[in-house]
Design a protein around this ligand. Sequence first.
Ligand code: R5P
Length: 331
Amino acid sequence: MGKEFTILAGTANPPLAAAIARELGLPVGACAIDRFPDGEVMVQLREPVRRKEVILVQPTSPPVNDHLVELLAMADACRRAAAASITAIVPYFGYGRADKRHGRREPITGRVVADLLQVVGISHVVTVDLHTPQIEGFFHIPVDSLTAVPILCKELEARMSPDLVIVSTDVGRVQMAGRYAQCLGAPVIILHKLRGSGGQTEVTDIVGDVSCRSCLIVDDIISTGGTLAASIRALLRAGARPDMMVAATHGLLLPGAREKLDHPAVRDVFVTDTVRVANQDWPGLHVISIAPLIARALERFLADGSLEDPYEETRRDARQGETKHGATILS
Ligand code: R5P
C-alpha cells in the first residue's frame, strides 16, 4: 500500500499552505484552530490522520509564541491520532536569531524551540533561509533548509542595472550576499553594523566602494526596518546612487517598517511569502511565492528521494566561470 499524505495549515499562513497543496495536487486537510476565552490554543483535527504522513505548514512568525504553540498543539494532536510521520514546514523559524548567548544568564531560545518541536513528535523540519545554518545542529531529526535566493534573483535580474553592487547588511549576511552575487554576477559590499542599547542600528563601516553605484541591499529578515534604514543612510552618505533595491526572504514588516523603507532612494522591495504579508497596498513591495520551492522539495521527500543541494546550480555556474559582469564571489 502506498503512502497517504495530509497537509494541515496553522493560522500563520493559510494562503501559503493552500499554494503548496495546489502545487502538489493535494487538498488542505480539515483542522479547526481557535482560542479558549483565556487565550489558550484549541486544536481539533476534523479528519483521521491514522498511519498518514502529515505535513504541517506553519511559519512561527509574529505573534511568534502563539504560532509556535499552535504548531506544537497540532503536532501533538497528530501524534496522538497515530500519524505515521509529521513533517513541519516552518518557512520562517522564529527565535532563529536567539542562536547563541550574548552574555551570561541568557537563554538560547532557538535551541529551546528545536527541543519543543522534537518533543511533540515532529520527525522532519523543512525551513527557508535559517538565520544561521548551525541552528540545524540544535535538532537530532532531519532539517532541510532551503534558500529563496535563486527565486528572488529571477525577479531581480530583469531590474538590475549594470553598475549594481550587492550589499550585505552585516558580516552575518556575507554568505547570503555571496549567493546573490553568484546568481546576479555583481560584487559584494559589506556593512559593519552596531546595535545600540535602545535597539537603534548604526552602520559604522563600509567595506568596498559604492560611489555612483546602484545597490541591492540583502538581508534574511525585515523586522522593524531599522537595519535597512541605517544601511540606506550610510550608503547614500558614501555616495551610492539613490537607486536602490532591497531583497529579504522573510518580510515580517512590523508596524513602522514600511515608513522606514518607503524612501525616495528605494525603488523596489522584494520579500517572499514565508510570512503572510499584510501590506498589499504598497506599490514598491513585491511578494514572491516560495510555494513551488517547498512543493518541489516535498515531492522529492515524498518520493523518498534526496533533496537537491539548493546551491549546487549556482556553484556549478561559478565553477564554469559563467557568472556575469565579472563578479566577485565570496563564499
Ligand atoms: C540581524 O542579524 C538580521 O539579519 C536582520 O538584519 C535583522 O533581524 C533585521 O531586523 P530589523 O528590521 O528590526 O532591523
